[in-house]
Design a protein around this ligand. Structure first.
Ligand SMILES: NC(=O)c1ccc[n+]([C@@H]2O[C@H](COP(=O)([O-])OP(=O)(O)OC[C@H]3O[C@@H](n4cnc5c(N)ncnc54)[C@H](OP(=O)(O)O)[C@@H]3O)[C@@H](O)[C@H]2O)c1
Length: 254
């Protein structure tokens, strides 16, 4: 069977939060599928390590230190990638944070604002800048890394879940508006993925015992498994898919 429809040969992909975890796995998977890469996160030295791996695979890579919370840095990111490649075919919005846990009614306003600005506004602003490029190109794919927490609430993660629910609607609203320009917009909603971000969860044996009672596949996801879903959505295999929130959760029912 010819599976060349999964190829990203000749494409330029921009991935945020690409220095580790899911973003790094997506960047390396896309490079393996043939794409050139623009990668971003706050620490340039960590990005360079990933960039070197991409170059070893024979692909081009431009690293840009970028804080997802600051619109001027996101504007600079898009300008740098356009200078390097002249186009952006795929955007993966992935950089997000969750600096605090606790009940919603005790959440400080500055924590709430921090989470909304980084996670939801960060995806929104970058989608605007890249969306304009894609509108002019009359072609593009945007993939938002959301969370199962954006579909059903998780205790102690209220503001984070609200930001991810917002990302789900951002995905659907942008898909509606960008479809006529041949730009597809989808989201991936993982549950627990084995990265630094959720280490406190997947290293907690008692919690995992409870988790797996309601998870048919009895394990958490690897970053590579999320990257493979992103590859499908980015490729022409998903040409007729837009506006979807693809839940990747081992079949968890809660
Ligand atoms: N892991 C999970 O269980 C899980 C489950 C559902 C959804 N997700 C989502 O998956 C995405 C990636 O998470 P992950 O698990 O791969 O996390 P991770 O391993 O902690 O990696 C996060 C990446 O984002 C960058 N980053 C963090 N804050 C940033 C900021 N303010 N501005 C720019 N870059 C920033 C980090 O680099 P720097 O620190 O250098 O900036 C790093 O490259 C997030 O959107 C998260 O909400 C994760």
């Amino acid at each position: 069977m010819d599976c060349s429809f999964l190829s990203l040969q000749g494409k330029v992909a921009l991935v945020t939060g690409a220095s580790r975890g899911i973003g790094k796995a997506v960047a390396l998977c896309f490079a393996d599928a043939g794409a050139d890469l623009g990668i971003a996160s706050r620490k340039i030295e960590d990005l360079k390590v990933v960039g070197d791996e991409v170059r070893k695979m024979g692909r081009r890579c431009t690293e840009v230190a970028t804080h997802a919370r600051y619109p001027n840095e996101l504007k600079n990111l898009v300008e740098k990638i356009m200078e390097a490649f002249g186009r952006i075919d795929i955007l993966v919005n992935n950089a997000a944070s969750n600096p605090a846990m606790g009940p919603l009614i005790d959440t400080e306003e500055k924590i709430y604002d921090h989470i909304m600005e980084t996670n939801l506004k960060g995806y929104f602003v970058l989608s605007q800048y890249v969306g304009r490029v894609m509108r002019d190109q009359k072609q593009g794919v945007i993939i938002n890394i959301s969370s199962a927490g954006g579909v059903s609430p998780a205790e102690g993660l209220g503001p984070y879940c609200i930001s991810k629910a917002g990302i789900n609607m951002l995905t659907k609203a942008m898909a509606l508006e960008m479809g006529p320009y041949n730009v597809r917009v989808n989201a991936i909603a993982p549950r627990i993925v084995k990265t630094d971000f959720s280490k406190a969860l997947w290293t907690n044996e008692k919690l995992m015992e409870r988790e797996f009672k309601s998870t048919p596949l009895k394990c958490v996801a690897t970053p590579e498994e999320i990257a493979q879903t992103a590859l499908y959505l980015a490729s022409s295999a998903a040409n007729y898919m837009t506006g979807h929130i693809v839940v990747v959760n081992g079949g968890a029912f809660f």
